[in-house]
Design a protein around this ligand. Structure first.
Ligand SMILES: Cc1cc2nc3c(=O)[nH]c(=O)nc-3n(C[C@H](O)[C@H](O)[C@H](O)COP(=O)(O)OP(=O)(O)OC[C@H]3O[C@@H](n4cnc5c(N)ncnc54)[C@H](O)[C@@H]3O)c2cc1C
Ligand code: SF4
Length: 550
């Protein structure tokens, strides 16, 4: 018999990101409109709301306007409206500024705001709590609970106080069961439980595979003379070559800070590519380095981003729950925006759940949610850009972007392209190590460019050391027996936190080492590992990065 206690709710939400918090707020709003008292709780694995949130971010306020129309009164995001939008195409030493007229208006960032998504989530959490939402930070949902009919009936948080070898320590506390009429998975990109729920109910059977990028981000305090609040810059081109796609961003935000970073799409072919190093190299471009002259780096982090778009969205509902936000993958890639769509998806799911519960239903499929999605602005927005990622991947950065631009213009004017291009899973794209040349990366100078360990230090990441390793290997032999000879074990380079190492090669006894304490929960290993041998599971609640305002 389970020794776990259980708590009943109408709705349980896994993840206090923009999707989960917007769903909780909308659920309470609908209940209040109908004069009902419905209960909802939100679980968050970070030590506080926002601790694990990492984004650009330039945010389209469309969903905020719908959810909390007075948000501009006290939300920190309102501080910096976007005033200038630049798109640079980089060669090694030069830039070309892309004229505005070349890109459709929805890429111009008119009416958007730039700031910290972590801080927006902290603010949303306050609004949610005012409405009676219960939020549990430091609690990771570790297990999906099913009833006798196989319907999802909630989740359980992980046990605390379990030693690395699985034995119980003195402070052992069993996890808690949260039972719900409907459970929402709002874990963000590549959710750990979301993966299981998609598999269990075969939700992705009619969708294209999800594909991803890895965003590596830093915050810098820059020279006030060079700081232009509201200026946002995107770059494409250098330093990436033919074997990878992606691009950089640099946003002038509040308090003299810039948010900057680089997204490398995870379909890259050269196993020697390091997304972390691409980002460091990108900063050495004369145009970027000039902005960072005399500046100081204050924060670092990394997070994967869902790039598959409309064709990769799985079935959104299953008996007893729904997928919302990046758990389902609503990101608009050419806009690099997923916050407004994540929020709206949560709101639509919440409306469906409140209506169902008020009609005495529970644990069934919330079909009103996908129906609402089908007629929503979210679907329209994603439909217009659905061929962009496959075109860039197929035809390269320049020809691909040109063709993608043509399709976006055409769709913008209502001319629907009669095709939707497909995706290939990112873990299948690597070439053998003997077929490629390793890229050249700069040696860290400690001023503009840095190594991974000093970077991870700035993420404030922390895990209780004596706990089971949360980077699990289905077959512990594969890293050395297969990944090393084939790809020089790419985990050594794709992990932006230096978690994976091969040691002992020089003595002919190579071993795969996992420094799990350094993990910043970006999920790249779970995505890019060529044989899908690495399975990321939640560590003890509260572990992971502690981002201040990412
Ligand atoms: C580098 C980068 C740049 C971006 N730039 C922009 C931008 O400029 N504008 C924009 O609009 N969007 C941007 N995005 C996308 C945007 O950040 C996402 O679309 C958005 O955050 C998705 O919201 P979400 O709530 O679905 O997931 P998330 O924001 O990822 O939130 C998920 C939350 O769930 C928690 N969680 C996960 N699993 C569990 C679990 N098992 N138990 C408990 N808690 C759990 C996580 O800790 C996290 O707090 C960017 C993303 C990245 C990575
Ligand atoms: S171990 Fe995996 S999830 Fe953690 S930081 Fe490295 S790549 Fe990201």
């Amino acid at each position: 018999m389970s020794e776990r206690e259980s708590m009943p709710y109408d709705v349980v939400i896994v993840g206090a990101g923009p999707a989960g918090l917007s769903a909780a707020i909308r659920f309470k709003q609908v209940a209040a409109e109908k004069g009902a008292d419905l209960s909802v709780c939100v679980l968050e694995k970070g030590s506080e709301v926002g601790a694990h949130i990492l984004s650009g971010a330039v945010i389209d306020p469309r969903s905020l306007d719908e959810l909390l129309p007075d948000w501009r009164d006290d939300c920190p995001l309102a501080e910096v409206p976007v005033t200038e939008n630049l798109h640079w195409v980089l060669s090694p030493k030069k830039k070309v500024v892309l004229p505005h007229l070349w890109t459709p208006p929805f890429l111009h960032n008119k009416g958007t705001y730039t700031g910290s998504l972590g801080n927006l989530c902290r603010w949303l959490a306050g609004k949610a709590e005012e409405l009676g939402v219960e939020i549990f930070p430091g609690f990771a949902a570790a297990e999906i609970l099913f009833d006798e009919q196989g319907r999802v009936k909630g989740v359980a948080t992980g046990d605390m106080g379990v030693a690395r070898d699985g034995t119980h320590k003195g402070d052992y506390t069993p996890g808690l069961e949260l039972h719900a009429k409907y459970t929402f998975f709002a874990e963000g990109c590549r959710g750990h439980l979301t993966k299981e729920v998609i598999r269990t109910f075969d939700l992705a059977k009619d969708a294209q595979p999800q594909v991803y990028g890895l965003g590596v981000k830093e915050l810098w305090d820059i020279d006030p003379e060079l700081h232009k609040p509201g200026r946002v810059i995107h770059t494409q081109g250098w330093p990436l070559g033919d074997d990878a796609n992606g691009g950089g961003w640099l946003y002038h935000q509040a308090n003299g800070q810039v948010s900057l970073g680089f997204v490398t799409w995870l379909n890259y072919t050269n196993p020697y590519i390091s997304p972390f190093q691409e980002m460091q190299k990108w900063k050495t471009h004369p145009e970027i380095a000039a902005i960072l002259k005399g500046a100081k780096r204050v924060s670092y982090g990394a997070r994967a981003i869902s790039d598959g778009g409309l064709q990769s969205i799985p079935k959104l509902v299953f008996p007893g729950g729904a997928l919302i936000g990046d758990s389902a993958g609503f990101l608009n890639v050419p806009r690099i925006k997923g916050t407004h769509t994540a929020m709206k998806s949560g709101m639509m799911a919440a409306e469906a759940a409140a209506d169902a519960i008020l009609s005495q239903r529970e644990h069934d499929e919330l079909t009103a949610y996908p129906q609402a999605f089908d007629t929503s602005w979210v679907k329209k927005e994603l439909s217009i850009v659905r061929n962009v990622v496959p075109l860039v991947k197929k035809f390269g950065d320049f020809l691909g972007s040109g063709l993608a631009g043509i399709t976006m213009w055409a769709e913008h004017f209502g001319l629907r392209m009669p095709f939707t291009l497909k995706h290939h899973p990112d873990h299948e794209t690597l070439w053998r190590k003997d077929l490629v040349k390793p890229p050249v990366y700069p040696k860290p100078d400690g001023v503009l460019t840095f190594d991974r360990l000093s970077s991870v230090f700035l993420s404030n990441t922390n895990h209780e050391e004596d706990q089971p390793v949360h980077l699990t290997l289905k077959d512990p032999a594969i890293p050395v027996a297969y990944d090393l000879p084939m790809y020089d074990e790419p985990a050594q380079r794709y992990c932006p936190a230096g978690v994976y190492e091969i040691v002992g090669e020089e003595t002919g006894d190579p071993r795969f080492v996992i420094n799990a304490q350094n993990c910043v929960h970006c999920k790249t290993c779970d995505i890019k590992d060529p044989t899908q041998n690495i399975n990321w599971v939640v560590p003890e609640g509260g572990g992971g990065p502690n981002y201040p305002n990412m």
